[in-house]
Design a protein around this ligand. Structure first.
Ligand SMILES: NC(=O)c1ccc[n+]([C@@H]2O[C@H](COP(=O)([O-])OP(=O)(O)OC[C@H]3O[C@@H](n4cnc5c(N)ncnc54)[C@H](OP(=O)(O)O)[C@@H]3O)[C@@H](O)[C@H]2O)c1
Length: 247
């Protein structure tokens, strides 16, 4: 049972997961690249269950640790401290942000397999990577609610996936086991389960970046049940990186 969630990365997704965890009664240890002193405002906002630490301290403090940094920083995750731990990988590969990584461009590895290779002693589980951060903040519901959403969970270790599913349950989400890290391309950017199903309409693609951003921020989410996640995952086709939609 997770009591403390360690967060390596405290931006949009890290901040939302910290908020959901604190609201669920967990302690959170938050870290970023610039140092604990830069996290004062977020920690104050989260309240007494939150503290700011270094990435290595977050790795050591968490019963479960979330790696939620831009993918280009994956090889700076503290592999030594994370050894023996379950690590939730929320990261997605965006070459325009992360630079090109040949093995991902060629579809040789999924981004989570790459992360697992760096964190060789950890149990990496891909989860919470396919919802827009504001959707993730607002769509959580108590277990059994008809409008509860589900998230895909992929990993090579069944016990680690169960741990992550238990955490997601506490945070307000059902989960769907979508297989191994090699299978996790099924929830990567551009796939049917990625971001859009959690919205009730199609965004105004082609409009200005500002307008598009406003649409994502202002449009209320739509629930996606476990059954729907399963069918969206089953429908996925591996899309070449260059042909991905701009989500
Ligand atoms: N935003 C979304 O809606 C969304 C949804 C699903 C998945 N994701 C994925 O989740 C990951 C995080 O996304 P985000 O939107 O939360 O990013 P973000 O807002 O840019 O935050 C990134 C965080 O990572 C920290 N960081 C960067 N390099 C680090 C390092 N070497 N060590 C420790 N911390 C480091 C940053 O700290 P500093 O600010 O101090 O540099 C920041 O706190 C990305 O891979 C993204 O693709 C995002």
């Amino acid at each position: 049972m997770t009591k403390t969630l360690g967060l390596i990365g405290s931006g949009m997704i890290g901040g939302v997961l910290a908020r959901l965890a604190v609201d669920a009664g967990l302690d959170v240890a938050l870290s970023n690249s610039r140092g604990p002193a830069t996290l004062g405002e977020l920690v104050a906002d989260l309240g007494p269950r939150a503290r700011a630490v270094t990435p290595a301290e977050a790795a050591a403090a968490g019963d479960l640790v979330v790696a939620t940094v831009p993918l280009h920083a994956y090889d700076r995750l503290p592999a030594d401290v994370l050894a023996g731990r379950t690590v939730i990988d929320t990261m997605n590969y965006y070459p325009e942000r992360d630079g090109h990584i040949a093995r991902l461009d060629q579809g040789e590895l999924t981004s989570s397999e790459l992360v697992q290779r760096h964190l060789a002693g950890s149990r990496v589980v891909k989860a919470a990577n396919n919802m827009f951060f504001l959707s993730l903040l607002t769509a959580g519901r108590p277990a059994g609610s008809l409008d509860r959403s589900a998230l895909p969970v992929a990993g090579d270790d069944d016990a680690a996936k169960a741990e992550v599913a238990a955490l997601l349950d506490i945070l307000g989400y059902d989960s769907v086991d979508t297989g191994s890290l090699a299978d996790s391309w099924r929830s990567e950017p551009g796939t049917p389960v990625y971001v859009m199903p959690y919205f009730p309409a199609v965004p105004p693609w082609g409009s200005s970046p500002d307008k598009l951003h406003r649409w994502f921020v202002e449009t209320e989410g739509a629930p996606v049940t476990a059954g729907r996640v399963r069918s969206l995952i089953d429908r996925a086709v591996r899309i070449p990186i260059a042909d991905r939609l701009p989500t």
